[in-house]
Design a protein around this ligand. Structure first.
Ligand code: HEC
Ligand code: HEC
Ligand code: HEC
Ligand code: HEC
Ligand code: HEC
Ligand code: HEC
Ligand code: HEC
Length: 285
């Protein structure tokens, strides 16, 4: 990717040099954080095989970059992935439909899929996760990139900053919850036809009822554990998949264990009756 290095020379470093070829004067300037792209992250992303020019005008080779190309409308995900057999499993069209109804899209036209799927570092996670805790942290970091960083948040709204810790102080053991579930578990509408629900609801409709998760019919089975449950169902059959799911959330598995215990007790009673009966029959003979 030699072409990319021409861009990384500035965008992959924390500083770059402004040069006047006529006078030979050189000034060292900072590359602001928002304009920096880490090579490791870029080459680990879904779009790692792309030269910068696949998404950006070739005129970016000119510096200072001309205004007209800076204002060019960027490609949308659907421009490349929409109605494409190769990506059918992701259901981009359904995701877009949900996104268009989400509170972010309704709030501002400047929002787009790229705001959550970083242009240069986005990776799929939950689909092939091997470590659910890391996936939860990855997905939550997406939301927190604005909801815990007012500099980013205020680019898209005139609202006052939202203090996430305060607005969730009704939730006991907040730190544990934010490590164990994703923001989208409570903030999206359940949709069983896509893996990751994208319809972020207005705050009034967020999940606040503990039982929605801490119960045998936990919504987590339809959200966070959906992937595992589908895979496990393929591998081990339906019943086991449900058992595996239930092992995750406290409350959800209580019924299962109670169920097992009562089954065990019931078994003992039957066994007792049977032996009793057997002895009576033997005695009679
Ligand atoms: C000499 C250093 C330098 C090189 C080389 C360079 N850029 Fe930039 N680029 C900048 C700076 C500095 C900015 C911040 C805006 C400004 O000052 O013009 C920027 C901004 C941008 C922006 C954001 C524009 C905006 O307003 O949102 C894009 C996109 C971009 N560069 C792409 C590229 C691409 C693609 C290449 C490689 C072909 C490249 N740049 C090469 C220094 C450079
Ligand atoms: C898959 C498409 C894609 C590729 C590949 C890509 N970019 Fe971008 N880039 C975007 C989009 C989309 C934006 C945001 C544009 C907007 O919001 O107006 C962007 C924005 C930028 C910005 C502005 C700062 C920012 O992050 O928003 C810079 C700088 C930039 N790109 C440089 C690069 C360089 C350098 C490369 C190659 C190493 C590259 N891009 C490869 C899609 C891409
Ligand atoms: C300019 C066209 C283009 C745009 C725009 C684009 N993609 Fe891609 N995307 C591709 C191509 C091509 C690949 C396959 C890259 C490869 O295999 O190296 C890919 C790969 C992916 C993958 C991995 C697929 C897999 O099965 O490995 C995901 C997920 C993805 N893109 C999501 C997105 C999302 C979300 C957006 C918008 C935020 C987006 N893409 C924007 C062309 C694009
Ligand atoms: C508010 C943030 C947000 C916005 C906006 C957003 N997404 Fe996502 N998206 C996520 C999160 C979080 C995930 C889960 C990432 C993971 O674990 O793989 C995700 C996952 C995905 C996936 C992978 C799903 C899978 O089956 O593996 C695709 C594809 C995708 N988004 C496409 C889009 C498209 C297209 C748009 C715009 C129409 C969009 N997203 C807008 C947050 C967002
Ligand atoms: C256990 C469920 C749950 C989880 C997990 C959760 N939220 Fe919330 N969130 C809520 C509820 C319920 C409200 C509404 C609270 C109210 O109106 O008092 C809310 C409110 C909000 C608001 C609006 C606050 C305001 O005052 O306007 C934002 C923004 C928000 N959450 C973001 C997040 C982010 C980001 C995460 C992940 C780090 C997250 N939430 C995780 C349930 C949750
Ligand atoms: C690019 C920045 C950005 C990202 C990323 C982002 N948000 Fe937001 N979010 C905003 C802004 C800006 C608003 C306020 C919009 C408005 O009302 O003006 C908002 C509002 C909200 C609200 C409040 C809606 C209401 O009814 O007032 C919730 C809930 C929310 N976001 C949840 C999330 C979740 C969950 C994620 C991650 C999946 C996320 N956000 C990712 C910028 C972001
Ligand atoms: C979005 C789903 C969800 C919601 C809503 C939810 N929880 Fe949880 N909760 C979890 C998960 C997942 C864990 C972590 C389970 C584990 O790791 O053992 C957890 C853990 C806990 C723990 C900690 C148990 C321990 O090991 O210390 C308590 C207490 C708890 N939740 C109470 C509540 C209460 C009270 C509410 C309602 C105000 C609530 N939860 C709402 C999913 C949820």
């Amino acid at each position: 990717m030699d072409d990319n290095e021409a861009c990384f020379k500035c965008h992959g470093e924390s500083k770059f040099q402004l040069e006047d070829e006529l006078t030979g004067r050189v000034l060292t300037r900072q590359v602001c954080k928002d304009h920096m792209i880490l090579r490791e992250e870029y080459y680990a992303s879904n779009h790692k095989s792309f030269p910068c020019f696949d998404c950006h005008s070739r005129e970016f080779a000119i510096f200072p970059h001309p205004l007209d190309i800076r204002l060019e409308e960027p490609w949308a995900c659907l421009d490349c992935h929409g109605y494409d057999e190769d990506y059918a499993q992701y259901q981009f069209e359904k995701i877009e439909e949900e996104y268009l109804a989400s509170t972010h899209h309704l709030a501002t036209e400047e929002f787009s899929c790229w705001k959550c799927h970083d242009n240069h570092s986005y990776q799929i996670s939950i689909r092939n996760t091997e470590n659910l805790t890391e996936t939860i942290a990855y997905d939550n970091a997406i939301c927190l990139s604005c909801h815990a960083d007012f500099d980013q948040f205020q680019l898209l709204t005139d609202r006052e900053g939202i203090n996430i810790i305060q607005t969730h102080d009704w939730l006991p053991n907040q730190a544990l919850h934010f490590q164990s579930v994703r923001c989208i578990e409570c903030h999206t509408q359940v949709n069983d036809s896509i893996l990751v629900a994208h319809l972020i609801l207005p705050k009034e409709e967020a999940v606040q009822n503990c039982n929605e998760c801490h119960s045998s019919d936990s919504r987590l089975i339809h959200t966070l554990y959906k992937h595992q449950s589908l895979e496990a169902r393929e591998k081990y059959g339906f019943l086991n998949a449900v058992v595996i799911n239930e092992a995750y959330v406290i409350g959800a598995n209580r019924n299962y264990i109670l169920g097992l215990i009562s089954l065990f007790v019931f078994g003992l009673v039957v066994l007792g009756l049977a032996t009793h009966l057997a002895f009576r029959i033997i005695k009679k003979v």
